[in-house]
Design a binder for this molecule. Structure first.
Ligand code: HMG
Length: 440
């Protein structure tokens, strides 16, 4: 059976940066630690006035194609995952393909283009579509370009405002990939939910506290479903667990579910069972409420154990480094978490070829998916080639007045035209609504 997965990734961050403890917290009259410790965020990436989902996606894809020396003919499929689309008919992938055709020889006339929507999980769904297309043998030797691109903006004064972000991730999916292969097994948790939605509106209507509970409920279902098809994984079998990261504090909660449901640490269970008096398993309790209380006690006890804290520091925390500096990128977020983990391994000088990642994707509305990935021999070269640190360091730091101005400029309900805060540097720029970007 042919191994299929991600051959290469590239990332494009919005060119502006909003400092949360330094700029946002004082204006909101909040303790900066609410953001840095509570939500786990230092900053958000913001799009300048000449950036949008098309330019960011095209810039990420352009870097990827140049670096991998790809021509349009090598690509048989372009899927864009986004929840910031501006066109209900023409997929964003056509705009991005137009940008790329303006700088590469050849065209994408024989590529299948589409757009995927299911909140943040659409990036992983596009990846799955590409995987299925290749595994079905319909790709004619070509690869698939998946682009997850979003401007994840909230209305001003919405509790979600602190978690904003903007950026794109481009993924190239092939047979015998250099970065990771994907498992055939998947676990799902899916249910109709209304805690986060955008019915014909740009900014989401969010019931934030409930959205956290829904994330955890669907993720738990997906983990249990995954376990039922793939069996349990041992603690030492999984090197990193990248999750969808709306903010790192969310992943702090989700990590405990992963620990309990895929990584069955019987030593810790036994130890805690002594304190609780019984194993925290449903069959040991007569009612669901009794089980729920015992489970809560188990979870509270779990996070205090050295064993769990060490596991968290080694397995989860490295997936959060980039998210802390960029905020939520919606469809790109879980793919940023994967890059973050691999970058950490590279910086530690660790060779993780052959090791497993358990990837937890999520989208409001709501659906969670678990699959595993195996890191391939070419991973180091792929991650070394990223210029992420430069991109993050080069962002222009917004003052509060700048922030208000740029937020208004990106608000589709306002007619605000402003000077850009940075100058484009060899990149695609916004060409006007409904037009592809031009390269400047
Ligand atoms: P909030 O009211 O700003 O914050 O809303 P809070 O009061 O709940 O505090 C947040 C955390 O900071 C808490 O920690 C506080 O204790 C802590 P927790 O108890 O949860 O562990 N805290 C402090 N810590 C240290 N020092 C302090 C301090 N003060 C407080 N001084 C909320 C938070 C998540 C509701 C808000 O940010 C929000 O509405 N966000 C948008 C929705 C969201 O991101 N939901 C996440 C799940 S849904 C999802 O992931 C999907 C999504 O990506 C969309 C999609 O799929 O398309 C959003």
């Amino acid at each position: 059976m042919t191994a299929v997965g991600i051959d290469a990734v590239e990332i494009w961050t919005g060119n502006l940066k909003l400092d949360l403890p330094g700029v946002f917290a004082p204006e909101k009259g909040e303790d900066p630690e609410k953001y840095t410790k509570g939500l786990g965020l230092n900053a958000s990436s913001f799009p300048d006035s000449y950036e949008d989902i098309v330019t960011m996606g095209a810039n990420a894809a352009h870097r990827l194609m140049e670096r991998k020396r790809l021509e349009p003919d090598d690509i048989g499929r372009i899927d864009v995952a986004t929840e910031s689309a501006f066109d209900n008919s023409k997929p964003v992938s056509t705009y991005i393909a137009g940008c790329l055709e303006s700088v590469f020889d050849g065209d994408f006339h024989h590529a299948n283009k589409g757009e995927r929507k299911f909140a943040c999980i659409a990036g992983t769904q596009s990846l799955d579509d590409a995987y299925n297309w290749i595994r079905a043998g319909r790709n004619r030797g070509r690869g698939a370009l998946v682009i997850a691109t979003d401007t994840a903006l909230y209305a001003r004064d919405d509790p979600g405002e602190a978690t904003q972000g903007a950026g794109a991730v481009a993924l190239y999916i092939t047979e015998d990939p250099d970065l990771v292969t994907l498992s055939t097994e998947q676990g799902y948790g899916s249910a109709d939910e209304t805690d986060f939605l955008k019915p014909n509106q740009q900014f989401p209507s969010v019931d934030g506290k409930r959205s956290v509970q829904v994330y955890l409920a669907r993720m738990r279902e997906a983990l249990v479903d995954y376990q039922s098809v793939a069996g349990e994984l041992h603690l030492d079998d999984v090197r990193f667990v990248p999750f969808h990261t709306p903010f790192p504090g969310m992943v702090r909660k989700a990590a405990m579910l992963a620990y309990r449901h895929i990584i069955r640490d019987t030593a810790v269970e036994d130890e805690l069972a002594e304190e609780i008096g019984r194993q925290p398993r449903s069959e040991a309790f007569e009612t669901d409420d009794e089980f729920r209380d015992a489970l809560r006690e188990y979870m509270d006890g779990l996070k205090e154990t050295d064993r769990y804290q060490e596991w968290y520091a080694e397995t989860i925390d490295p997936t959060l480094t980039i998210a802390r500096e960029v905020g939520n990128w919606y469809t790109g977020s879980v793919h940023v978490a994967r890059i973050s983990a691999l970058k950490y391994a590279l910086e530690q000088g660790e060779d993780i070829a052959g090791q497993t990642l358990a990837v937890g994707s999520y989208g409001s509305g709501a659906q969670a998916e678990i699959h595993t990935e195996v890191v391939q021999d070419g991973w180091k070269e792929e991650i070394e080639a990223l210029n992420l640190d430069e991109q993050l360091a080069d962002r222009y730091e917004l003052t509060w007045d700048d922030y208000e101005e740029i937020h208004d400029a990106h608000n589709h309900d306002m007619d605000v035209d402003i000077e850009s805060m940075t100058a484009p540097d060899g990149e695609f720029v916004f060409g006007g609504w409904g037009r592809m970007g031009e390269r400047e």
